[in-house]
Write a protein that binds this ligand. Structure first.
Ligand code: PLP
Length: 354
């Protein structure tokens, strides 16, 4: 579909590309030349434009700085081996952004603005999409309440921005995780399913304590009983137990990850039995002890698949078998990487071509 969205273009005089060391990219510190901006005011989206990447000029009374009405998304543009630029399932991110906005009482962000803004930005900054295996251009759409007013109510005005950062290959060494039994990330009826800033602020303290104990990440458990496994801080968690792929069902307390969803789709397509159900910590620990837990891994846009090497619970660490070439997680990871590199046919229509 050809978009008729009218985007005002202010392009940069000289690209910053030549100053970037693509061999040594650290995540999220280098930004491409441009950003996409749109403002919601008086009930409609206006001032839709692409400008040189630059600082914002904000009021100290900016609503979101005080009350956290802020949501975001994350996706990646990849360069295929043939040199095309593709994005993995951005329609899903657009839909999730709408759900997050709804939950946080924020303006509805039309799919056309989300997708066409992203497309135009990535098209303009396409030289920033690196080619090397494992590298990509990370795309960060976000929206915040921008009333200049510290009264406590949903903002009337919103700012939607998309910017992008080239990111280096992710050499994810297997992570040590800890099952959290004191602090909570989300509760039923809360905002755990929204990609909203407060969820991340709320998770930092427990994560820092876990880091001090030598763990890389937390596996959150349910907020009521700490009895069921939910997800990690920025990734969903999946297991292979007795040959079955098992993961917690999404709902109020779990972020509906697009990587998770895609991996479950592959599992079903490849004939694995898939169970989206509550998995108790007891069942998991037992499976780790008796060797029926064959795989444990995180799933999210950043790492795609993050193998877990050990799971800590109540002061004891349970090792997880290392992934092999025949592991489900390895196969799913390879499929998703081959797909965005153009080495595998796009049989499910998951690629969006710029
Ligand atoms: C973003 C996120 C995920 C992963 O979602 P993807 O769409 O796969 O990137 C999982 N859990 C949390 C809490 C997240 O914020």
């Amino acid at each position: 579909m050809v978009s008729t969205l009218d985007i005002e273009m202010q392009t940069i005089a000289e690209s910053g590309l030549k100053n970037v060391d693509f061999q040594n990219l650290s995540f999220g510190k280098v930004f491409s030349d441009h950003a996409f901006l749109a403002k919601y005011k008086d009930g409609e989206w206006k001032d839709i434009k692409i400008v040189p990447y630059q600082n914002l000029n904000l009021s100290p009374a900016l609503m979101t700085l005080h009350y956290g009405q802020s949501i975001f998304e994350g996706m990646k543009a990849h360069r295929t081996e043939k040199g095309e630029v593709v994005i993995f399932r951005p329609d899903q991110n657009a839909m999730r952004m709408q759900k997050s906005a709804h939950r946080m009482c924020m303006a509805h962000i039309p799919e056309e603005i989300f997708i066409e803004g992203m497309r135009k930005l990535v098209e303009l900054d396409q030289l920033w999409v690196p080619q090397q295996e494992g590298t990509s251009l990370y795309i960060r759409p976000f929206m915040f309440g921008s009333d200049e007013f510290i009264g406590m109510h949903p903002s009337d005005e919103y700012t939607f921005i998309i910017f992008a950062c080239p990111v280096g290959a992710y050499y994810g060494k297997p992570v040590r995780v800890k099952i959290e039994t004191e602090y909570v990330r989300a509760v039923e009826g809360g905002v755990g399913a929204a990609k909203t800033s407060g969820n991340y602020a709320a998770s930092m303290y427990a994560t820092r304590l876990a880091n001090q104990q030598g763990y890389d990440q937390i596996i959150w458990t349910d907020g009521k009983e700490h009895k069921y496994v939910e997800e990690a801080g920025t990734m969903n968690i999946l297991f292979k137990i007795n040959g079955k792929i098992i993961t917690a069902p999404t709902g109020d307390t779990i972020l509906d990850g697009i990587t998770r969803k895609s991996i479950l789709h592959l599992a079903k397509h490849w004939g694995y039995e898939v169970e989206e159900r509550k998995l108790s910590v007891n069942e998991l620990v037992e499976a780790l002890e008796n060797g029926t837990c064959e795989e444990a891994f995180g799933a999210g846009t950043a790492a795609v698949v993050a193998p877990i090497s050990s799971i800590g619970y109540m002061g004891k660490d349970y090792p997880v078998p290392a992934l092999t070439e025949n592991s489900f997680a390895k196969k799913a990871h390879k499929y998703l990487i081959d797909l965005v590199k153009g080495r595998t046919a796009d049989e499910f229509g998951w690629l969006y071509y710029i």
